[in-house]
Write a protein that binds this ligand. Sequence first.
Ligand code: SF4
Ligand code: SF4
Length: 440
Amino acid sequence: MNANELNRRDFITKSSIGLVGASTGIITSEVQEATFQHEFPKIKEYRTLGRTGFKVSDIGCGPAAMNNENLLKAVLETGVNIIETAEFYGNGNNELLVGRAIKDFNRDSLFINTKLIITNEDTKETIVARVRKCLERLNTSYLDGLMLWNPQKTEELKNPAFHEAFQILKAEGRAKYCGVSCHGSEYPSNARDNMEIIVTEAIEDGRYDLALFVYNYVQREMGENILKASARKNVGTILMKTDPFGKRYLDLFTQVRTLNSENKPVPEKLRIRYEAILEKQRLGEEFLKSRNLNEISKTSASVRFVLDNPAVSSVIISFDNFDDIKEYVSLSGTRLTAGNISDIETLRNFYSHLYCRHACGICQSNCPYNVPVNTIMRYNRYFTSNRQKEAIQKYHNLTGNKADKCSGCEGYCEAACPYGVSIHALMTLAQNNLDMAVTC
Ligand code: SF4
Ligand code: SF4
């Protein structure tokens, strides 16, 4: 049980006060209690989602909230009106949950986007049938956005079955806008194009109205180029992974302490790498403390950095708990401050070596064991962002060599990383998180 649950229980046992008046008037007691306890802010800005013309909230809702129906309802109560899901999240369970959560809200006020993994085996008939199932789960007669999930090569954007199926669904009124999402490598895969090439090609293709991709203050260049292309073609932009480090990405101290407390043998070479990375982090922590930077200012800086770009329509947030609603929704309609800019530079300087850039993979050809560095780092990020089960499962499903190879390796990949990422130490920590947990 976490602190939020304890607080909520305390509140329930100590208070018999009822609540009156919320924006829809049809909310559950748990949402009411949370609303009362947290005094949630409201969305202050809606932006036009490219040529769809739809006004979406600048703060959008990603998959984490979908583990909790009442949390999602509370998010929607604040005025968040864009929901991002996928056919494969929880094998359809996320869509089911969205379907239950939205039933008391005005459907026309919501922009619901789902994503499909499309393979060469799919036909227009199978895709249409799958989308109809998505609609059943989502408890709606139409999708606002239907996205092709994470193509690895530009050729996949042209998949005729996907486009034919979309045209059928559009003609039937079951899907309004076509989109693409991209966050980089999904190992194993053949040689692939990078995120910028793929999303820009989709924008130029003319059939894609929406693009969902990665942009944050560490990984700027690709995102900025895509945003410029989107603005030229009036494609709606939805951004993900806007906090490069995530809330729990920097808990290396804790992870290493855990390793030590479990009396796990740490080879000398590895210990030296740990100590180097920990020293960098210790200096960083001291500096952050001296600047009064905490999690809230990091969140504020990362979200505001993205929203500061006028070509961005909405930032997708994974709401983990009711406190997150307060923290993130209060950023709606705000702008980067001089303090945020300074915070961003500080964070970039101290933590850049801890962030494996999404949609990269440059170093992988230097690994003699063909370990999929970028993919494993992403799964570890899921793990440290409260998506442990999904991360463990994905890691488990990986074929070929994994991060266990790193412990006995010289770290040949590090020389190839242009960003100076401490790959060896991070991969060892990833192995500790993802593999040990599988065996639990
Ligand atoms: S470690 Fe560096 S080179 Fe390798 S995938 Fe990550 S950012 Fe790219
Ligand atoms: S540390 Fe070694 S095994 Fe691990 S990814 Fe780098 S080169 Fe490959």
